[in-house]
Design a protein around this ligand. Sequence first.
Ligand code: NCD
Length: 304
Amino acid sequence: MRSLINITDLSVEEIEELIAVANDIIDNPKKYREKCRYKKIATLFYEPSTRTRLSFEAAMLELGGSVLGFSQASSSSVSKGESVADTVKTVSCYADIIAMRHPKEGAPQVAKMNAGIPVINAGDGGHNHPTQTLADLLTIYREKGRLNNFTIGFCGDLKFGRTVHSLITALSRYTGIKIVLISPEELKLPSYVKKDILQKNNIEYVQTTDLEAVMPELDILYMTRVQQERFFNEEDYLRLKDSYILTPEKLKNAKVDLCIMHPLPRVNEIAPSIDNDSRACYFKQVKNGKFMRMALILKLLEVQ
Ligand code: NCD
C-alpha cells in the first residue's frame, strides 16, 4: 500500500505517469466519471485551506466517489485531546484514503504509520506540500513542454514556505535546472534544504534579495506569501510581509514567455492587474491541481 508523504515517495517515472493520466483526464473527462464509484476520501484538515481541501473533494467527486472529513480541528475529537494515531485508526473504518493537513511537521507520517489505508500529505507545517508540487509540475509541463533546462526564481518566504521546499526537492531530480532564491535575509531557504537537496544533487543556485536584478534571466517566477501563521511575533511579520510585490512595472525586463506562478492564497505579492497578463499561470495551477489529485487518487487506490 502506497502513501504520499514526501514528493520523493514518487519516482520521476511515476510523476511522468501521473502527468500523462492528468492530461488524459483533461482531454477525456467522461472516461473517469465512474472510476472511484463507492470509494470515499476523508479530508482531515487541522489547518485552514481553500484550494487543497476543495480540490481533493472535487477530484474524488469527479471520479464518482464521495467525501467525508473535517475542515478544522475544533470540530473533531482533536479538540478533546485525541491523538492523530487514534483519529486515523477511526477514520480508516469509514474511508478508503485520507488527505491530511496539519500544523505539525511529520503528522501525516504518523498518520501513515497508523492508518492502514493510503495517506496523502496535504501540507505539514513549514515542511512539505507534495500535492501542490504535483500541481506545479503539471503546470510547468503544460506551459513549457518540459521539466528540465530552465531557470526558476523562488521569491518571498523561502524559510517557512512548504510549497517551495517540495518543489525544489522535486526539481532537483531533473537536469539543467538553475535555481534563483530571492528572499529577505530572515526568510532564506533553510540550510537543511540547501545541504540535503541542492548541494547533494549538484543543483546550480544563487541567493539574492533583489528580484528586479534577476528578472531577465528567469523562465519561471514562483512567488510566495509570507507565512504569517509560522511567525513567533507580529512585529517581524508586519516588517517582512510586503518585501516583494510583483507589479507590471517590475515585469518590464522579464522574458516574454515567463511563467508566473504562486501556490495561492496571495495577500499582496502579485498585483491583481497582472492577472490578465498571458504570463500569469497561478489560476492554471489551481485547475491543474485537481487533475493531478485525481490521477494520484487513482494511483494510490490502484484503480485501473
Ligand atoms: C499553500 C500552503 O498551504 O502551503 N497553499 C496551498 O495549498 N495552495 C501556500 C500558502 O498557504 O501560502
